[in-house]
Design a protein around this ligand. Sequence first.
Ligand SMILES: CC(C)(COP(=O)(O)OP(=O)(O)OC[C@H]1O[C@@H](n2cnc3c(N)ncnc32)[C@H](O)[C@@H]1OP(=O)(O)O)[C@@H](O)C(=O)NCCC(=O)NCCS
Length: 189
Amino acid sequence: MTPSVSKSGAGYTVRTDRTVLRPWQQSDLDPFAELNVDAEVMRYFESALTSEQSNRLARCFIAHFETRGFGFWALEIPGVTSFAGFVGLAEISFAAAFTPAVEIGWRLARPLWGHGYATEAARGAARFGFDVLRLAEIVAYAVPSNVRSRIVMDRIGMLRDPAADFEHPAVPAGHPLRRHVLYRLKAPT
Ligand SMILES: CC(C)(COP(=O)(O)OP(=O)(O)OC[C@H]1O[C@@H](n2cnc3c(N)ncnc32)[C@H](O)[C@@H]1OP(=O)(O)O)[C@@H](O)C(=O)NCCC(=O)NCCS
């Protein structure tokens, strides 16, 4: 199904069969902090987040929407939950061999894993990136052991570019989570 896109003052909303990618609301902050403190959700990050760090991250996402008109959307699953996590697109803020680039990313609360929501919403976000933003390419990255995330990349048709594996500059040298693999998705021709 082709996702539907609408625009309001707060930004774009993308709807797929079961998911809604929508602008952030104040009421998302508490459930966002809840998922960011969950050790299983944050297993492939340096640490879980305090609620202050979580709120700061949400503010960064909102600022990205305000300056670029797109970003990591709040993910709603109608009939299930008004906030499942985030899925979306963002300009990569660090320098690497593959930047400047727009990345696709996702993070869902643990009870919402295993339903295909991340993959479905990511397909909608990628389609938005190509149809509305006219991107030529979208990238994604993960630590090699983050298999669930890499499977979402595979499922949406991304291809790993082994030559572009990199050390994440925000992770300290020598840290086991510093090495990342890079995936690419080209715009359909
Ligand atoms: C990465 C992440 C979003 C993936 O979540 P996920 O639940 O594995 O992925 P999906 O939502 O696409 O669900 C796929 C699963 O739903 C199942 N599924 C059930 N009903 C389905 C349906 N109707 N349609 C499609 N899949 C369905 C699939 O078979 C698959 O099951 P499996 O896990 O047994 O293989 C999640 O693990 C997460 O938030 N991780 C923490 C944050 C993180 O690491 N982010 C990425 C950083 S790089």
